[in-house]
Design a protein around this ligand. Structure first.
Ligand code: SAH
Length: 221
């Protein structure tokens, strides 16, 4: 990314293109107006490589380097809407910052976003872009997300955007009472989106859609 973000992507990446994506997501069952407004206002084309900017408003995942992907807009919408079941919207924890697109969406839905990424170059790139876009209610960390952020727990909502083989126990522990976690669990290319809700001391698990995320890997990248 060489140019200033604001000066890139006039034309194919106009507001009208973004509006069309939002209409498409609505037609596919994403109806939460806060989520749709967030997707309408975040310029997704700035989160992908310039060569892919013209495809940024297709409803598809795209590569972001380091073998990682920016999630499909439908999946971002679905997961964000699922998180809003939480009884409060103060603190959200995201595992897997990647290019920072989902982080920017969360920043419009929650008071404060904590996001953890294990690959340093992605962490640095998304920190720079989110600063340029003046997204200020976020704290980014370069660390292993399997541990969560115990010193800042509990979180009203936790979203995991890489797939662990099983529910990570440290993250389950960091869900606040009345809060929830949305996480794709399973093997490579075959995962289930699971929502874990904490009611007092009781945990309930709901199985949402089948999804396909990159694997959640242990340790720092
Ligand atoms: N949230 C992104 C999707 C990123 S892809 C979006 O908006 O499109 C998943 C990301 O999870 C990758 O960047 C990958 O490096 C990261 N990841 C995988 N395992 C992780 C771990 N243990 N801790 C933190 N990040 C992890």
């Amino acid at each position: 990314m060489t140019n200033k973000p604001q000066s890139r992507g006039i034309g194919m990446t106009s507001q009208r293109t973004r509006d069309r994506l939002v209409e498409r997501l609505r037609a596919h069952g994403i109806t939460d107006t806060d989520v749709l407004e967030a997707i309408r206002s975040v310029p997704r084309h700035l989160f992908v490589d310039e060569a892919l900017a013209s495809r940024a408003y297709e409803d598809t995942a795209l590569p972001i380097g380091n073998n990682q992907t920016i999630s499909q807009p439908y999946v971002v919408g679905r997961m964000s809407a699922a998180l809003l079941q939480s009884s409060r919207r103060d603190k959200v924890l995201e595992i897997g910052t990647g290019c920072g697109y989902q982080t920017a969406i969360l920043a419009r839905l929650f008071k404060r976003v904590y996001s953890v990424e294990r690959i340093r170059s992605l962490y640095e790139q998304s920190a720079k872009l989110l600063r340029e876009l003046q997204v200020t209610n976020i704290s980014l960390r370069c660390a292993d997300g399997y541990q969560g952020l115990p010193h800042l727990a509990p979180f009203d909502a936790i979203i995991v955007t890489a797939a662990p083989p099983e529910l990570p126990p440290a993250l389950v522990e960091q869900i606040a009472p009345g809060g929830c976690m949305v996480v794709p669990v399973g093997k490579i290319h075959s995962q289930k989106l699971i929502r874990v809700t904490r009611d007092g001391n009781r945990l309930t698990e709901e199985h949402l859609d089948p999804v396909s995320f990159v694997p959640m890997l242990p340790g720092r990248g």
